[in-house]
Design a protein around this ligand. Sequence first.
Ligand SMILES: CC(C)(COP(=O)(O)OP(=O)(O)OC[C@H]1O[C@@H](n2cnc3c(N)ncnc32)[C@H](O)[C@@H]1OP(=O)(O)O)[C@@H](O)C(=O)NCCC(=O)NCCS
Length: 424
Amino acid sequence: MTPSAATPRTDIDVRLITETEFADWNRALNTGFLREPTSSEENLEARRRLCFTPGRSLGAFDGGRCVATFRSFAQELTAVGGAAVPADAITNVSVTPTHRRRGLLTRMMAQDLAAAKERGDVVATLVAAEYPIYGRYGFGPATWSTEWTVDVPRTGLDPRRSHPECGGRVDLVDAEDVRKLGPDLHERLRALQPGAVSRTDVWWKTATGAVRFHPTWNEPFFAVYRSAGGEVEGMVSYAADDTWGDSRQPLNTVRVNWLLAVDPAAERALWRYLCSIDWVVKVKSGWRAPDDLLPFLLPDPRAAAVTTQADWLWVRVLDVVRALEARTYEAAGSLVLEVTDGAGLAGGRYRLRASEDGTGTCATTTDDADLTLDVAELAPLWLGDESAVRLAALGRVREERAGAAREADALLRTSRRPWCPDMF
Ligand SMILES: CC(C)(COP(=O)(O)OP(=O)(O)OC[C@H]1O[C@@H](n2cnc3c(N)ncnc32)[C@H](O)[C@@H]1OP(=O)(O)O)[C@@H](O)C(=O)NCCC(=O)NCCS
């Protein structure tokens, strides 16, 4: 009998890889991501440091050749209210084109999520290459991302003036300063920003060229914003091209790699700095929260045009009780959720009680459900971005009691949207 597309191939071995198998695994990963298959020795070493997690790097092997890759690592995800929950961060997912649609991703995912559940992770996280892949495994799009392209001459900012006012100052710094100052700033941001994730030491090394993950490295510019009191409250990494039009007209574009700010004054100063660099006519913002302040920091917000708007961090709840108890609530109230989970990891009926002080408790219950939803719909509600009323209109949440979706929104939705600044 010929195996159907969905029939798992059990003759292919799915297992943890050893460090000595990394080069073979890396070739499979490059192949799946349509990159040159063989990495140089130097590049392979950098990749080994970044992409090998002992005990959590899976591979699928057919006749001794690696044909699929999957890796997870320990991460923390900031819940609404600022608490960090342990997350199983999934990355480096690839299946070689000769072996696609034979259930290899499904096998690797099942193995990894079972281990995460066993370890006590509250959620699993990933950034999806394509929208249709991960919903079937209980993941839902929990943060979204927007990129703006700012038409600088249209902003209304006066090119004769300098713009980093706000009482503080903007200074250019070197990569070494970023490695010193960046991690603390990011930790402060992470405690304020639902949807943010922890960064490793290697993240900062890669972002500053100390570890060269890609074959080519172009040193970016780095600038910091310090408040009037001298405290570092914002930082940006950006690059510029060198484009000139006819009649010697400067037409340069600045691309923001990342911009972190723990205070609106820092945000304002850094965006205005970027929009006032001589020769620059376009600023590409990089991946920002959909409700980022950027457009409204400009005299003419229409100068900032949305160029990308898409789902970003996908979250899969593994422990409903701990997830719901980790976050804070916008109002007091009580709700019974019937969570279905085909994988058997987080399903059940749960009562959430939110108090006046914003804290919540959660326990399994036999009371009648107010809302029925798949675990994939829970994550976007949990991080505060999605509306239960909207999901009910889409048929993805079922109201068991009239008005329950509206009550869920009053409890769960947040005034600012969650945002994950990182790709991993
Ligand atoms: C995405 C990818 C890992 C899927 O691996 P795979 O082994 O082919 O997936 P499976 O065979 O386990 O598929 C399981 C199910 O998901 C579906 N599916 C898998 N990838 C899909 C995609 N890109 N779009 C839509 N459906 C997809 C399959 O059709 C199958 O559906 P079924 O159960 O209804 O039959 C693989 O196609 C790949 O490597 N793509 C390129 C790299 C990439 O995108 N990696 C993900 C980075 S986040």
